[in-house]
Ligand binder design. Sequence first.
Ligand SMILES: [Zn+2]
Length: 132
Amino acid sequence: MFKKVTEVVKVANCPTCSRGAKRHSNGRKKMKDIQGVLEVYYSKHYCVYCAKNFVNPAVQTYGPLKCRSTWAFVRKALDLMNNLTLEKAAEQLKRDTGNVMSPTTLHDWKIRGDFSTFLCESDTEKKEEELT
Ligand SMILES: [Zn+2]
């Protein structure tokens, strides 16, 4: 299943100083979800006080920052790994969600543990970040 959501606002609060910052462009990212794929359109902002770019913080309600998977997907993967080997967990994820995960990435997730500061950096993500 493919689902689209839009998180585009004219002004968003800067995560550093909480002052309002205007939108300068839009971005888009596809996230793996338990029900297939979630595509998130979001606004990008620039804070003139901090001289920093940031992504509409609302995007983090869907999944961890800089991560191409939703919270629900990450949680499901971590749950599966409690009972299954990495390979079996990857197979199960593909069967249930249609999304392919490499056992290597799953291993990274497993050893990272703390979810609240969960980041999954990737080169493809950087490429998408540059899209305007
Ligand atoms: Zn700021």
